[in-house]
Design a protein around this ligand. Structure first.
Ligand SMILES: [Zn+2]
Length: 327
């Protein structure tokens, strides 16, 4: 979510999210706030990519992460993020003294998933969390008289109805229809019925939720938006809801203002790489380098004749002396 003042907030960061965000070419220094609805891979699986790639690509401050507690401490956001940092221990160690690693740190804000509460209140932006299912929360963001509600994974519940009142944009999950789950994923009828109606939100139920909330604009997301699934999702939603609606897909954008809400598609370069840096990196100290073991260093080929000229050229071009390092 990007506010009119440029402030940015990430709600859920499932697998593949970082590639999509990088394609938008937003400097990672501005992508430092992540609000996780719950700890399913399709909702937070790319947090490690933002942690590492964001740190390399110019976020020189800790990655700030908000997320729910779990039924047990080891199932909560803090345990998950601390484990992620441990997972990247080698990654970070190898970068010491090579690149600016100030961004390889986290600031974790864990909160009780069973409570309705304000979890963020800065610069006139108020973000609330409220229960969805056990260990899973939904969020609302209010700023400048506008309100967006984001459900993450949830079955229809009373907290969403209450917290989505007066929402300009209400984003709620909407699963594909049960017959299509059986056809497309070869689910057993029992599994399709259970997952499609009790664990997740069936399209008919999504429509009923939106009829109760009556947002300025409703967004159905989280279903496989394919040519063979979309017609039945739309038909089922329309059996219970007739208000403004988007069937979300990747790279869809909503411009929300007092005047109106406009659905658009992002235009981006699929082949883009890392976004430009917002700030210059700080110089690092060679002293911090871990270096290589004698056995591995002994295997290095002597390339001094071709590498040393690179240092000479850089020295000449930049008017400073760069010496070919011994390690
Ligand atoms: Zn999900």
């Amino acid at each position: 979510m990007e506010l009119g003042n440029g402030d940015k907030f990430i709600f859920d960061i499932g697998d593949g999210s970082v590639e999509r965000m990088f394609a938008l070419q937003i400097p990672t220094a501005f992508l430092d706030k992540v609000f996780i609805g719950h700890l399913h891979g399709d909702h937070f699986g790319d947090i490690g990519s933002l942690y590492v790639a964001g740190g390399i690509a110019g976020r020189f401050t800790p990655l700030r992460i908000w997320g729910p507690s779990g039924a047990k401490p080891e199932l909560g956001t803090r345990a998950a993020i601390e484990a992620m940092e441990k997972m990247f221990a080698w990654d970070v160690a190898g970068r010491l003294g090579q690149t600016d690693v100030r961004g390889f740190a986290t600031e974790i804000h864990k909160f009780d998933y069973k409570k309705e509460q304000i979890v963020f209140n800065e610069n006139g932006v108020v973000i609330r969390s409220f229960p969805a299912i056990d260990g899973s929360v939904s969020y609302s963001l209010e700023w400048n008289g506008l309100k967006v509600v984001f459900g993450s994974d949830t079955f229809p519940n009373k907290w969403f109805i209450q917290n989505a009142q007066n929402a300009d944009l209400a984003i709620h999950e909407c699963f594909i229809a049960v017959p299509d789950m059986m056809a497309k994923f070869r689910s057993t009828p029992e599994a399709a019925l259970q997952v499609g109606t009790k664990i997740h939100t069936a399209p008919e139920a999504f429509g009923k939720v939106m009829s109760m909330v009556k947002p300025r604009h409703a967004v159905a997301y989280h279903f496989w938006k394919d040519v063979d699934t979309t017609p039945r999702v739309l038909e089922s939603v329309r059996s219970t809801y007739d208000g403004p609606l988007s069937l979300a897909e990747d790279d869809m954008v909503w411009n929300v203002s007092k005047e109106g809400i406009r659905e658009r598609m992002t235009f981006f370069d699929e082949h883009s790489v890392n976004p430009p840096l917002a700030y210059a990196a700080e110089p690092v100290s060679a002293e911090d380098r871990v270096g290589y073991s004698p056995e591995i260093e002994a295997g290095r080929l002597d390339m001094r004749d071709v590498l040393e000229p690179i240092y000479k050229k850089a020295s000449k071009a930049l008017g400073r002396e760069f010496e070919y390092p011994t390690k």
